[in-house]
Write a protein that binds this ligand. Structure first.
Ligand code: SDX
Length: 431
């Protein structure tokens, strides 16, 4: 950590000033600590969307948006994507270090032996219509976990926090698969402990009682890689939601359920489902130019889904990896999806267009992922559920980090009030 320096802010009209310390981390820009600003100057800061605001210190993930760098606990995403597994990455995010063999075996054993849902939770799904969106069911089912595991919900107890992490990472695939099976009217499949994390999930998703499922190792490897790429991403909207909810002392299941609902938005994790629907709407490479024109038209709310990012003003490193995966996985699965040609043409057209170049709009993690999910037989409504399974590792790592940090306070932003000035109540006849 470099030595703290300060910046001076002076209000020219009131001559009230504040000398504010600069806070520096291992990497990235220094931050102005504005904790005493209101007391010193009577002013708040104003940053809707938090484009220039650090909400916390964290040691979990680092992003350099200009350089297109993504590190999980210091390890480049490209190396983890090539050499690691989702479960090992989950351990890394939670514990800060890559596991030794015995540490990983113990972690994997814990996860494997907490994959079952409480049997009563299966009834939960009966309350939904079959056409319910799986994200609605997932959020509700995860929030309900606190109704089943209320015996160890002491957020100040490290053992309870660890147990919650194990249960959430272990049960998300089981609950996610149950959501999918309910929408297609198939019976829930129980987790098989003899399978690895991702193969077990695919088995719960696609195995039918009438015949054994032929597991395809290409599908499991592709999904494991997608889970690694989606596991964490600094203080994105859903992770910030988890932290804000967690700052109130809410239990981990409620906090993660809040993250799931935040992720659902099409500006965030819901974009992967929106991308596929948009590619289907565009239909052929010949319609790409028209789509790009619409995306640039300020009078048209149409946006290129899967394009642009608040932080990345360069290629999202995850999008680069997923784009390469697309070709490899579709070839290995023998799938020829014309939407991949549409996506490639769309990317090519946008990256040559001044509107996108000037605004530094590049494909993000959601642009290509849906094409792979589709090739694996996963329906579009389940794409954001895939994102949520992976991001649960990051969410709970941030939730634990927040509770391990001494002096953490409830998050409570202020505002610029633009409503009516003070006024007296008028009786009905005088309004
Ligand atoms: C994720 O934060 C994270 O890390 C998120 C995530 C994670 O791993 O957690 O990376 C996952 O959510 C990825 C993003 C998925 N969302 C989409 O693909 C939806 C499409 N993208 C946009 O809605 C938008 O780019 C956002 C929401 C991603 C970012 O929004 P910003 O930072 O608020 O950017 P902006 O809306 O201020 O846009 C800046 C300019 C605007 O034009 P001008 O006002 O300057 O003329 O770029 C334009 C926007 O109109 N713009 C787009 C565009 N994205 C931005 N124009 C057309 N198509 C787009 N996709």
């Amino acid at each position: 950590m470099s030595d703290p320096k300060t910046v001076k802010l002076v209000d020219e009209s009131s001559h009230r000033g504040s000398e504010l310390p600069l806070v520096s981390g291992t990497l990235g820009p220094a931050c102005i600590d504005i904790g005493t600003l209101y007391k010193d100057t009577g002013h708040f800061t104003y940053d809707p969307g938090y484009g220039s605001t650090a909400s916390t210190k964290s040691a979990i993930t680092y992003i350099d948006g200009d350089q297109g760098v993504l590190l999980y606990r210091g390890y480049p995403i490209e190396q983890l994507a090539e050499k690691s597994s989702f479960l090992e990455v989950a351990y890394l995010l939670l514990n800060g270090e890559l596991p030794k063999q015995d540490e990983f075996s113990a972690f994997e054993h814990d996860i494997t032996h907490h994959t079952m849902m409480h049997e009563a939770q299966k009834n939960f799904f009966q309350g939904f219509h079959h056409d319910a969106h799986p994200m609605a069911m997932l959020a509700a089912a995860v929030a309900s976990l606190s109704a089943f595991y209320h015996e160890n919900l002491d957020v100040d107890d490290p053992a309870d926090r660890k147990m919650a992490a194990i249960r959430l990472i272990a049960k998300m695939p089981t609950i996610a698969a149950a959501c999918y099976r309910y929408t297609i009217g198939w019976p829930v499949r129980y987790p098989r402990n003899n399978l690895d994390y991702v193969t077990r999930f695919l088995h719960m998703m696609f195995e039918v009682p009438s015949e054994p499922l032929q597991m395809n190792p290409v599908a499991a490897k592709a999904l494991d890689l997608l889970f690694i790429l989606h596991a964490d991403h600094e203080q994105n909207a859903s992770t910030s939601t988890v932290r804000l909810v967690g700052s109130t002392g809410a239990n981990p299941y409620a906090s993660i359920a809040a993250g799931i609902t935040a992720l659902w938005g099409p500006a965030h994790g819901g974009a992967n489902e929106a991308v596929l629907k948009q590619l289907e709407e565009i239909g052929t490479p010949d319609n790409v130019e028209k789509a790009v024109l619409r995306a640039k038209d300020k009078n048209d709310s149409f946006r290129l889904m899967g394009f642009g990012h608040r932080v990345y003003k360069n290629f999202d490193p995850r999008a680069k990896i997923i784009r390469e995966m697309c070709h490899k996985v579709l070839d290995e699965l023998g799938v020829n999806d014309p939407l991949l040609d549409v996506a490639m043409k769309l990317e090519e057209a946008a990256l040559k267009d001044d509107y996108f170049v000037e605004r530094k709009l590049y494909p993000n993690v959601d642009f290509y992922s849906g094409i792979i999910y589709k090739a694996l037989g996963i329906p579009a409504e389940m794409f954001t559920v895939m994102f949520a399974i992976a991001r649960t590792a990051g969410w709970i790592a941030h939730w634990i980090e927040q509770h391990e940090t001494p002096g953490s306070r409830i998050g409570r932003p202020r505002q610029v009030y633009t409503g009516a000035d003070v006024r007296d109540y008028l009786p009905t006849g005088k309004r």
